[in-house]
Design a protein around this ligand. Structure first.
Ligand code: DGL
Length: 269
């Protein structure tokens, strides 16, 4: 048993796609979530800036004595995690490995699409890891920088979202992929629109959900589970306006989070 909390962060709302799944897979766990809403998006920033933000986010979560930190952000997982993972005395996991593992098992025709932020696609991490599993896989990648602002503003299923989905995904769809990695944790919030455009034969891989499954296996193996508790299990922190996070986050998590969100000054960490 290990009753410490799980720390999770992302640049904004996107990491809640992992949190939602962690709540389901590991219902006894305490979760501390940080959404860096004051500095979102990460995906269009330079690697140096993403590194700086990632280190600060981890330092903030470390103040809670967490047992593990989940980088529920494809951009920080691909552009920063390989460089910083040995700098901290706490286990840190990103979303890339779990999503790649799921995708290579899901594909039947060996054609995998990867969509993510510009930072993630530029890093080449997903492609590198898929090829490391099987060099014969065909990988088609595309940066979709307008998806994150759509999500952060609640445009999950609007006509404008449909147009942008078509614009970004046309080429990948024409390649005949049967599996598409949603390589940014914001994108599962657009899964309905993306799925409708790609068609029923294409499996969408939700990187946040896959990291939750990975955590469950790790906790089983290493006896890291928390005991059930009556205390408040979930706390959320943001670096900008609380009310919009409460509103959109609550809708997405399908639970009331009003009163559980606090604002912090992330520049101090
Ligand atoms: N949700 C993040 C990701 O998975 C970050 C998106 C962004 O801030 O650009 O890449």
């Amino acid at each position: 048993m290990n009753n410490k909390s799980i720390g999770v962060f992302d640049s904004g709302l996107g990491g809640l796609t992992a949190v939602k799944q962690i709540m389901q897979e590991l219902p006894n766990e305490n979760i501390i979530y940080f959404g860096d809403t004051g500095r979102v998006p990460y995906g269009t920033r330079s690697r140096d800036t993403i590194l700086k933000y990632t280190r600060g986010d981890i330092r903030f979560l470390r103040t809670f004595d967490v047992k593990i930190i989940v980088i529920a952000c494809g951009t920080a997982s691909s552009a920063a995690l390989p460089m910083i993972k040995n700098e901290f005395d706490v286990p840190i996991v990103g979303v890339i490995d779990a999503a790649v593992y799921a995708a290579v098992r899901a594909t039947r025709n060996g054609k995998i699409g990867v969509i993510g932020t510009s930072g993630t696609i530029k890093s080449g991490e997903y492609e590198k890891q898929i090829k490391a599993y099987d060099g014969n896989m065909e990988v088609y990648s595309k940066a979709c920088p307008m998806f994150v602002p759509l999500v952060e503003n609640g445009y999950f299923d609007s006509p404008v979202t449909k147009l942008i989905v078509e614009e970004y995904l046309e080429e990948i769809r024409s390649k005949g992929v049967d599996t598409l990695i949603l390589g940014c944790t914001h994108y599962p919030l657009l899964a309905k629109t993306i799925g409708e455009y790609m068609g029923g034969g294409v499996t969408l891989i939700n990187s946040g959900a896959e990291v939750a499954k990975y955590l469950k296996k790790k906790f089983d193996r290493e006896m890291m589970h928390s005991a059930a508790t009556d205390e408040e299990q979930y706390r959320y922190y943001v670096s900008d306006d609380i009310s919009s996070f409460e509103e959109l986050g609550g809708i997405f998590l399908e639970r009331e989070i009003n009163g559980q969100v606090s604002k912090i000054d992330i520049e101090k960490y």
